[in-house]
Design a protein around this ligand. Structure first.
Ligand SMILES: NC(=O)c1ccc[n+]([C@@H]2O[C@H](COP(=O)([O-])OP(=O)(O)OC[C@H]3O[C@@H](n4cnc5c(N)ncnc54)[C@H](OP(=O)(O)O)[C@@H]3O)[C@@H](O)[C@H]2O)c1
Length: 229
């Protein structure tokens, strides 16, 4: 039974990834900020449910130290938006965005992919995969027209983390992939978004099944198509 680790597992895309990974037979270690409040996640009966705040290095360390087995798949899914941090879109354009907010967002949405991955890197074998759930907004071409500096820069950072991790882990046989999950109906995506969590998660997992290691460092959409940087 192979072990899959998923962050931000208590709701949205993360919760559905947990559901589908358990359904297909993975041993899932689920990470979320408040395990005691994660009733829906508990109901799925993951093998382990651990606390992690991905923006807090000490929390990332404790989370990783509690994992004492080899990890076949790590999904860095946890992420936040400006509304979660108490701001409105009109306050966060490139002409207005508070620097501290932008740095907080980069820490949570971008750098966490590096801190979580490197703290688990001793648990990877040749053939392990690391998935960073980024956003099309982190691409230079799409982000140029999306006037939310904190979110766009945070996902651009995640994209850079993806390609640098891919280079560092390539010779170990570990693949690293960034996925735009689609515009997905979750608390973050809103109810009028394009696709369901089921469609997003199943597309990502199906793409990973046949993902060739030589393509490590790719930026893909949930359906496996290549996303421009
Ligand atoms: N939905 C979309 O259309 C869309 C599009 C592009 C990219 N994405 C990306 O997809 C990922 C999942 O998004 P979603 O739509 O499922 O959003 P969501 O429903 O808002 O869920 C976000 C998840 O991330 C967790 N999280 C937030 N900050 C965290 C932190 N500091 N430490 C640990 N966990 C944290 C949340 O936990 P709490 O319950 O504790 O807050 C929650 O489990 C995110 O990275 C997001 O940026 C989503």
């Amino acid at each position: 039974m192979s072990t899959t680790v998923i962050t931000g597992a208590n709701r949205g895309i993360g919760l559905e990834l947990v559901r589908q990974c358990i359904q297909r037979g993975d041993k899932v270690i689920a990470g979320c900020r408040n395990p005691d409040e994660a009733q829906e996640l508990r109901g799925l009966e993951p093998a382990n449910l651990l606390a992690i705040d991905v923006g807090d290095e000490e929390s990332v360390r404790s989370f990783s130290q509690a994992i004492d087995e080899q990890v076949a798949l790590l999904i860095n899914n946890a992420g936040t938006s400006i509304t979660n941090l108490g701001f409105q879109r009109e306050d966060v354009g490139v002409m207005d965005a508070p620097v501290d907010l932008t740095l907080d967002m980069i820490r949570i949405n971008g750098l966490s992919a590096a801190t979580v991955t490197r703290s688990l890197s001793g648990r990877f074998d040749s053939g392990s995969q690391v998935v960073n759930i980024t956003s099309q907004i982190g691409s230079m071409v799409v982000g140029a027209n999306f006037n939310d500096l904190p979110y766009a820069t945070s996902k651009a950072v995640m994209n850079m983390v993806t390609v640098q991790l891919a280079t560092q882990l390539k010779d170990k046989g570990v693949s690293v992939v960034a996925f735009h999950p689609g515009w997905v109906r979750t608390d973050m995506g809103g109810s009028s978004a394009d696709i369901s969590v089921e469609e997003s998660a199943s597309g990502i997992l199906a793409t990973l099944k046949t993902f060739p290691h030589e393509d490590t460092g790719a930026f893909l959409r949930w359906d496996g198509s290549v996303h421009p940087w």
